[in-house]
Design a protein around this ligand. Structure first.
Ligand code: ADP
Ligand code: ADP
Ligand code: ZN
Length: 215
């Protein structure tokens, strides 16, 4: 199979970025790079990064741009990125977008368009396996056995930042810092906006119907 484009997923918290990123990564055999997962791992392992990250995350605020760019630059250097990748969670500011361009050429930015009401419903019911990172939703994607991971049997968790107050802050942070990226990438003519409503599989079909093959 030929390479996949270097893809960035954009969208508000809860839009379905992680869900779709995992499906795209499987479908095209490319890595999914999730800055949120990298940070949550660091929090779980109690590293210095994790200690810094936790405070920001639990307030629904962004970590410093320079720190995030260091993390992602290291990751993009690994050889598995050479046939394409899905980047989920970065860039989140125009400064990050500009810095990212210095590291790697992004071919396409897919923005998942979902209204705020729906996003709040998705976030409020989100569950995560703390071990294998599989994602669930109590209503829209329930595990076979309530609150247990299908893949590894671990009790599921709610993310610390999926509490109502923090959700509101994350949406505010998104509007203020990340939404301007839509205009930024539109001007560069690499933005594709897809409708994020409907079933996970329908949204996925909309994404793969974009031309994601690199030639
Ligand atoms: P993001 O990474 O953008 O924050 P997630 O992929 O974690 O979003 O999805 C948020 C929650 O919504 C998860 O619980 C996920 O299972 C659920 N979800 C994702 N896509 C859909 C969809 N199309 N319809 C209903 N629920 C969805
Ligand atoms: P969501 O799935 O809700 O979109 P993520 O899992 O991508 O959220 O990110 C969780 C948190 O990690 C963010 O609220 C933020 O505090 C931090 N974070 C992740 N990526 C970045 C980034 N590129 N820049 C700054 N902070 C980030
Ligand atoms: Zn699991």
């Amino acid at each position: 199979m030929s390479d996949m484009k270097r893809l960035v997923l954009l969208g508000p918290p809860g839009a379905g970025k992680g869900t779709q990123a995992a499906m795209i990564a499987d479908h095209f055999c490319v890595p999914r790079i999730s800055t949120g997962d990298i940070l949550r791992n660091a929090v779980r392992e109690g590293t210095a990064l994790g200690q810094q990250a936790r405070a920001h995350m639990n307030r629904g605020e962004l970590l410093p741009d320079s720190l995030m760019m260091e993390i992602v630059e290291e990751r993009l250097k690994l050889p598995d990125c050479k046939n394409g990748f899905v980047l989920d969670g970065l860039p989140r500011t125009v400064i990050q977008a500009k810095e990212l361009e210095k590291i790697v050429n992004i071919d396409i930015v897919v923005a998942i368009d979902v209204g705020e009401e729906e996003v709040v419903r998705r976030l409020a019911g989100r569950r995560l396996c703390p071990i294998c990172e599989a994602g669930y939703h109590v209503e829209f994607k329930p595990p076979r056995q309530a609150e247990i991971c299908d893949r590894c049997g671990t009790p599921l968790k709610q993310r610390d930042d999926d509490q109502e107050g923090v959700i509101r802050n994350r949406l505010k942070t998104y509007r203020e810092w990340t939404a301007p990226l839509l205009e930024y990438y539109k001007r560069k003519s690499i933005l594709r906006v897809i409708d994020g409503k409907g079933k996970v599989e329908e949204v996925f079909r909309r994404i793969v119907s974009l031309d994601l093959q690199k030639r």
